[in-house]
Design a protein around this ligand. Structure first.
Ligand code: C5P
Length: 234
């Protein structure tokens, strides 16, 4: 296989609030921008093929600065994202056209704790013939459906429910075709790539995610990630 990695980082990170350091993927945790941690995990994984970073045109300087923190020189293809995550992923997929790629892992820049063991589980699923692989963890909280008035409507059975993580991973031609079809049918509102594969009729295989592989969404997530890295460095 040749497994490419697309790191999507073109979001504005509005839920984390404004910061002088820029959008959340450029905030520092453990002394380095979040995206530098994310990229480093893939640079360090021996099976990583081409790496594409999808960034916002306003963030070129921030991205270049983040890359200065990477160890082990690697060429990273940089392309610009779009208004939605789906459009950003599509830009990343297109940036791989003409390269030797059989599979692709699509990673949120804001998940800096992705681990090699999980990447190996995904690779094993590819070797077993899976065209779409979703790392996920079983939901452990009790789930309630609430009403607009703030009352519990019902308890949702959690058996069989999973929380989706990234890298969501695919056969490159299969996910290219699914994205192209979604775009041609005017669908640009999918919030993850597994949903596009499901919509296109591609069976999506679940593999065990990692409880550490959290998504940094709000300010508190960034503060906790920073604290975790600082304490593990002691
Ligand atoms: O907004 P959300 O938390 O879902 O973003 C997940 C990832 O997708 C982030 O890494 C963000 O930078 C990226 N994204 C993007 N282009 C967009 C929106 C989000 O690359 N238009």
């Amino acid at each position: 296989f040749s497994i490419a990695v697309i790191v999507v980082a073109a979001g504005r990170g509005e839920r984390a609030g404004a910061s002088a350091e820029g959008p959340k993927q450029y905030r520092r945790i453990g002394g380095k921008p979040v995206i530098a941690h994310t990229l480093q995990r893939f640079v360090d994984w021996p099976a990583t093929g081409p790496i594409v970073a999808v960034i916002h045109p306003d963030d070129e300087m921030l991205f270049r600065e983040a890359c200065r923190h990477l160890n082990g020189g690697r060429d990273i293809v940089v392309t610009f994202g779009g208004r939605t995550r789906q459009q950003s992923v599509e830009a990343g997929l297109k940036a791989l056209v003409g390269r030797d790629v059989t599979h692709v892992m699509i990673q949120d820049a804001v998940r800096p704790f992705v681990d090699t063991a999980m990447l190996e589980r995904i690779r094993a699923a590819f070797a077993d013939g899976a065209a779409a692989v979703l790392p996920a963890i079983p939901v452990t909280d009790t789930l309630k459906r609430g009403s607009a008035e703030g009352l519990v409507v019902e308890t949702v059975p959690r058996a069989g429910l999973y929380a989706a993580q990234t890298p969501q991973s695919f056969s490159y031609p299969a996910i290219m075709a699914a994205h192209a079809r979604a775009a041609s049918e005017g669908r640009d509102d999918f919030t993850d790539d597994a949903a596009i594969a499901e919509w296109a009729g591609i069976p999506v295989r679940l593999v065990e995610g990692s409880p550490d592989n959290v998504k940094l969404t709000v300010q508190r997530d960034i503060a906790m990630a920073d604290a975790r890295l600082s304490s593990s460095a002691l």
